[in-house]
Write a protein that binds this ligand. Structure first.
Ligand code: NAG
Length: 323
């Protein structure tokens, strides 16, 4: 939150166009090990945060602000999916269904389309309580137009489950899941977004607010900034599209279809925040809608292992989410 005095100083000294329009991340203690976070609050009030790598790292905290404590791995012996990357695991997505927590993860390796989405389940989310279910049937090889990574399970108002996923390759996709979403419903995946001039869209996160489904995603180069940094503006950033339908018709703020390159920026690099992405949106009981993400704190370092967990309140009052 911007203090009034700082706001006035910035307003008086700088031309309006250079005044920051994005809030910096809220306070957070021990917020490391945070790539592609997924957040959920257990009924006892404990916040769980899952992240990429380490066979899906589990952290818990009494609140979003931390302190976050490492608790172990979701699948300590790795995924049962027989693919390169099954000892790393990326991009967790956690949902509660009935009495069970479903955690989807990706098995892949950097720059490869040999990928699959897997599932682990638990009744408590504690380390040691997870059972690896394995592949859910969303897979890819170089013969596919997408990459089967970055799952996000969403439920239609009629009860049907869908999984948004992808992709880096050719934008975001979606597939219908079975009634118990351990597997797909057997129908083909379809396209949610596509930008022919910049296909690097991934990390979908669907959030229902009011009468719209908001499709948040990350665009650009996610990783390895300590070795090579992309052209300015091509690093990870968070975009959004919305639709009244869960399964298509997503447009940006200007009305441009998100299957034709549309997409409204929610959070790009700003101040000392670089490459924010891997986001989710959480309806926090204490704060309302919150966007959370990983980012590079340029005052700390650009390596993937140095990425920080950040969060901010989201203001939907204009119909479009604002940080
Ligand atoms: C629920 O809605 C989705 C999206 O329109 C549709 O594909 C699905 O068949 C519907 N399912 C039921 C049970 O009505």
């Amino acid at each position: 939150m911007m203090r009034l005095s700082i706001f006035f100083k910035a307003f008086l000294l700088l031309p309006a166009a250079t005044v920051d329009s994005y809030a910096t991340p809220e306070a957070c203690s021990t917020c490391t090990n945070a790539h592609d976070p997924s957040i959920i609050r257990r009924t006892d009030g404990t916040y769980f945060r899952f992240s990429t790598g380490g066979k899906i790292a589990i952290h818990t905290a009494p609140d979003l602000v931390g302190p976050w404590t490492y608790k172990g791995a979701v699948v300590p012996s790795g995924s049962s999916i027989n693919l390169a990357g099954n000892q790393g695991l990326w991009a967790p997505d956690v949902t509660k269904i009935g009495d069970l927590y479903y955690l989807y993860y990706s098995v892949s390796s950097f720059g490869s389309q040999n990928s699959a989405i897997g599932l682990a389940r638990s009744s408590s989310m504690d380390a040691g309580s997870w059972t690896d279910v394995g592949a859910v049937g969303v897979t890819s090889t170089s013969s596919k137009s997408y990459n089967a990574i970055d799952a996000n399970l969403v439920q239609h108002a009629n009860g049907t489950y869908f999984m948004a996923f992808g992709s880096w390759w050719n934008g975001l996709h979606m597939v219908q899941m079975s009634a118990t979403p351990k597997s797909t419903a057997g129908t083909s995946a379809f396209q949610l977004s596509y930008d022919g001039s910049d296909k690097a869209e991934e990390g979908a996160y669907m959030f229902k607010y009011g009468s719209y489904y908001y499709l948040f995603y990350s665009k650009g180069t996610c990783c390895g900034y300590d070795a090579t940094r992309p052209a300015a503006g091509k690093e990870y950033r968070i975009l959004v599209c919305r639709s009244t339908s869960l399964t298509g018709g997503f447009v940006d703020k200007s009305g441009k279809a998100c299957t034709s390159g549309g997409g409204t920026v929610v959070l790009p690099s700003h101040d000392w925040v670089y490459g924010p992405g891997g986001q989710g949106v959480y309806q926090d009981p204490r704060r309302g809608p919150v966007i959370y993400y990983h980012y590079v704190d340029t005052r700390v370092g650009y390596a993937d292992g140095q990425k920080r967990f950040g969060w901010n309140k989201l203001d939907f009052s204009s119909g479009w989410p604002v940080v």
